[in-house]
Design a binder for this molecule. Structure first.
Ligand SMILES: Nc1ncnc2c1ncn2[C@@H]1O[C@H](COP(=O)(O)OP(=O)(O)OP(=O)(O)O)[C@@H](O)[C@H]1O
Length: 597
């Protein structure tokens, strides 16, 4: 059996036997750990993986708890909705629906914010919901709601801590499995690209705003389910556990445990809950006075963890108990992904017309026009700062021209999102490589095939996407082999040399099955032999009908490869023609005077 599965089995066996071995008090502590871990799990997805910090998750816990408490204790509900109160299982469904709707609206309002504005936004709605729970008529004010019925399962009321324990465990395991599966999928790769890789992901066709909304809603749903369980375990609720300070505590748990890891949520919830219990008992006895001293100690622990283990304690434990997860298997029998129809050789597929881009007073591109045909390699050259990368960004939708237009396969694409342009068959690499350092080469390249798959979150969570996933990974592996990185397929991308990372970007671009490749300085950092191999690959692609636009400073490489060359200086085109022509052009020689490579 795989080592990671042994650990999981061990955990499940221990968790199943724990209530038989522990006192009621410790079972109740475990119940709280399970409930907190579910919220922290949402934060792993949202904050650790997706990079979106939220202080407001406790409010979603409250939404789950209040929805079920109100409905299941109401005595005078109109007959039309009384059915909803007849079973906590129905109120769970309603709570999840309500939470999804509220999270969607709050997400639409706050996820557009970036930097520190986003956490501030979550604090704002976290506080608002907290006060709503305390002040909305019918919610019992600050004294809350009592008499919440227990959950029934197969006709048995789960009254005792020992009884609801297994329900909490089941919810937690389902949550962990769902998030684990999701992260190991097409949607999951898109989610993992959110933190630091949004521009790249959009250029590969990922709708990153949608991915942000998905993780926001999922994290809220996990919190809501925790709140529902809490209400039926405690049997009464008031607003206190849903306030901002508890929202901060949830974030503590995720960060201390390891915000980037599914198991980190459980570890963090366990450490904080147990430490809190101990410190609450121990500190007043030690200090001889009562008070919330544990919060002061927590603050210190937090600072210490952030300094010593910024990724949380789970990776530290993993270092001491190395559990090797076997490499992914590439299924050669998986069906090939469908390919796009390539344009006719010689057909103009990209046309820039009078593209101008101004940054304040600086004109980075001035009336730039060029066209690229299917089956040709066009080189865009010019001294440093000439405006080549800016031009690339206008062509690929990363940036919008101040004036002028860009046509790709006959459609005007200036001002379109880069993911829309990617969908039409344009794929690019970046001057400053943009890859996800902690993901394998295989996973990085598979992001390129995002638009060639369509399986969403639910398929991923329940592993209904495996057939398509096998095809996506097979295609990624094929492109990795094609560019000569086969031996590094399962290596973390961050461990590759810069030249290899550039080649990885080409494999990722090819994985999108493009008809136009935009390569921004692909030969920089490559050794002679690697450059030769890259040249051969690009010639082969040209023969297959690929159009390539390449920005490159290595003149030997460019002149031996390109069919035509466009030369830029100070944002303008100063020459265009065959490689041998532009090399003789006086304006080009002048531009490069003293800088010929
Ligand atoms: N976002 C921006 N804001 C302001 N100025 C910018 C921005 N992006 C580029 N520029 C400026 O536009 C000019 C062209 O830059 P660009 O990076 O396109 O040149 P380049 O030809 O790609 O240079 P290099 O070969 O060094 O990469 C430079 O003067 C640069 O400082």
């Amino acid at each position: 059996m795989r080592a990671d599965r042994v650990v999981l089995t061990l955990f499940v066996v221990l968790a199943l036997t724990a209530p038989g071995l522990l006192s009621d008090y410790y079972v109740s502590v475990l119940n709280y750990i399970g409930l907190y871990a579910m919220v922290a799990l949402g934060l792993v997805l949202l904050t650790g993986v997706g990079g979106l910090t939220s202080f407001g998750q406790a409010a979603f816990v409250g939404l789950g708890a209040y929805t079920t408490a109100v409905l299941t204790t109401a005595t005078d509900l109109p007959a039309s909705i009384a059915w909803a109160a007849s079973s906590p299982w129905i109120t769970l469904l309603l709570a999840l629906l309500l939470t999804a709707a509220v999270a969607y609206v709050l997400g639409a309002l706050t996820l557009k914010l970036s930097g520190h504005f986003l956490p501030l936004g979550t604090i704002a709605w976290g506080i608002s919901l907290y006060f709503l729970f305390g002040n909305l008529p019918g919610l019992g004010g600050h004294t809350g709601i009592t008499g919440v019925p227990p959950v029934s399962l197969f006709g048995m009321d789960l009254n005792l801590g020992q009884e609801i324990y297994y329900l909490i465990l089941a919810f937690l395991l389902i949550g962990m499995l769902t998030i684990h599966n999701l992260l190991d999928s097409r949607e999951g790769r898109a989610i993992r690209a959110l933190k630091g890789g949004r521009v790249m992901a959009e250029a590969m066709g990922v709708n990153t705003s949608r991915s942000r909304m998905i993780i926001f809603v999922l994290a809220a749903l996990l919190a809501c389910a925790s709140g529902w369980l809490y209400a039926h375990m405690q049997r009464f609720i008031n607003p206190t556990p849903f306030g901002l300070h508890i929202g901060i505590e949830y974030l503590f748990m995720a960060v201390v445990g390891g915000a980037g890891y599914v198991w980190g949520a459980l570890l963090g919830a366990a450490i904080i809950t147990i430490a809190k219990q101990w410190l609450q008992d121990l500190l007043p006895a030690l200090l001889g006075a009562s008070g919330n001293f544990e919060m002061i100690v927590f603050g210190l622990i937090m600072v210490l963890v952030l300094q010593r283990a910024p990724d949380g304690l789970w990776p530290v434990i993993k270092r001491f108990v190395p559990i090797r997860v076997p490499n992914k298997k590439i299924n050669e029998q998986a069906p090939d992904l469908p390919r796009r129809a390539m344009p006719q050789p010689g057909e103009v597929i990209l046309q820039a017309v009078d593209v101008t881009r101004k940054f304040g007073g600086l004109v980075a591109n001035n009336n730039m026009s060029l066209d690229v045909r299917a089956g040709e390699i066009l080189a865009l050259i010019g001294p440093n700062g000439a405006g080549k990368s800016t031009m690339f960004n206008q062509l690929s939708g990363v940036d919008t021209p101040t004036s002028g237009d860009v046509f790709f396969r006959g459609q005007s694409v200036a001002g379109k999102e880069s993911r829309e342009i990617a969908g039409l068959g344009m794929s690019r690499t970046f001057q400053h490589v943009k890859l996800l350092a902690s993901m394998t080469v295989l996973e990085n390249v598979a992001i390129g095939a995002h638009l060639r798959g369509d399986k969403g979150v639910i398929s991923a969570a329940w592993r209904l996407d495996r057939a398509q996933e096998a095809s996506l990974l097979k295609e990624a592996a094929r492109q990795i082999e094609r560019v000569g990185l086969g031996e590094l397929m399962f290596e973390q991308a961050g461990n590759l040399a810069l030249g290899q990372q550039r080649i990885l970007e080409i494999a990722r671009a090819l994985c999108a099955d493009p008809c136009l490749l935009l390569l921004d300085e692909p030969a920089a950092g490559l050794r002679f032999k690697e450059k030769q191999a890259l040249g051969e690959l690009l010639r082969k692609l040209r023969n297959e009908g690929m159009a390539t636009l390449i920005v490159e400073h290595d003149m030997d490489f460019v002149m031996g490869l390109a069919d035509r060359v466009v030369v830029m200086e100070f944002g303008e085109k100063i020459a265009e023609g065959l490689p041998e022509e532009v090399q003789q052009n006086p304006a080009v020689l002048e531009a490069y005077l003293g800088g010929v490579e």
